[in-house]
Design a protein around this ligand. Structure first.
Ligand SMILES: [Fe+2]
Ligand SMILES: [Fe+2]
Length: 203
């Protein structure tokens, strides 16, 4: 079994594992990684708020995503603490090529449920990839405090991944959702393959 095959099972259905070189480059650029990470948490919170506002008629979604907003914002706050402790500043938001490319795959139009499915699957993927990257950081970086922090976040983002995927399967037609999920997974793997490996980005 090659490296890709052996890793596949352990990474939340992601079709392509992160290049192992990324974690080493990331560790050397920990200030940039923390800044980019802070904005990932901000975007995760903002995205849940938008979903609640846009899809307010879906009660279970509103109920389940409301505490996720608080969790993501809590993560943002924790990343700010890590930055401060190390003498770094938040700095400006970086261009998020990964999310820009994912958004381009969202199907326009269709029913409310189809629109909702697209948003939930895209969010599930971002959570899955973040979770995979946190796992790599928690396993391979030297900073003991950050190791523990990333382990904790890995567990939390895995929970969010399940939330989004379960909501998509709850509201949408199961077969259609599962078929579309496969398309999203394949598309995400293509993005990951094409994106330059950068030590200043979480994705
Ligand atoms: Fe988070
Ligand atoms: Fe999350």
């Amino acid at each position: 079994m090659n490296w890709i095959e052996s890793t596949k099972e352990k990474m939340l259905h992601l079709q392509l594992p992160t290049d192992p070189r990324w974690v080493n480059i990331a560790e050397m650029n920990i200030e940039d990684i923390l800044v980019d990470h802070a904005y990932c948490e901000q975007k995760a919170a903002s995205s849940c708020i938008s979903l609640i506002v846009l899809f307010n008629e879906f009660e279970r979604l509103v109920e389940e995503l409301t505490p996720v907003v608080a969790e993501e914002w809590g993560h943002f706050e924790r990343v700010l603490e890590k930055l401060k402790k190390r003498g770094f500043k938040l700095g400006k938001q970086r261009k998020d090529e990964y999310v820009i490319q994912l958004k381009a795959f969202v199907k326009k139009g269709g029913s409310r449920i189809q629109q909702l499915t697209e948003q939930l699957l895209m969010n599930a993927l971002i959570e899955a990839r973040s979770c995979e990257r946190f796992k790599l950081l928690s396993k391979h970086i030297q900073d003991e405090e950050l190791k523990a922090f990333y382990y904790e976040l890995m567990v939390s983002e895995a929970g969010h991944y399940v939330n989004f995927l379960e909501l998509a399967r709850h509201y949408g037609d199961l077969e259609k959702v599962n078929a579309r999920w496969k398309e999203w997974l394949n598309y995400e793997a293509e993005i990951i393959q094409k994106l330059e490996i950068r030590g200043d980005r979480m994705h």
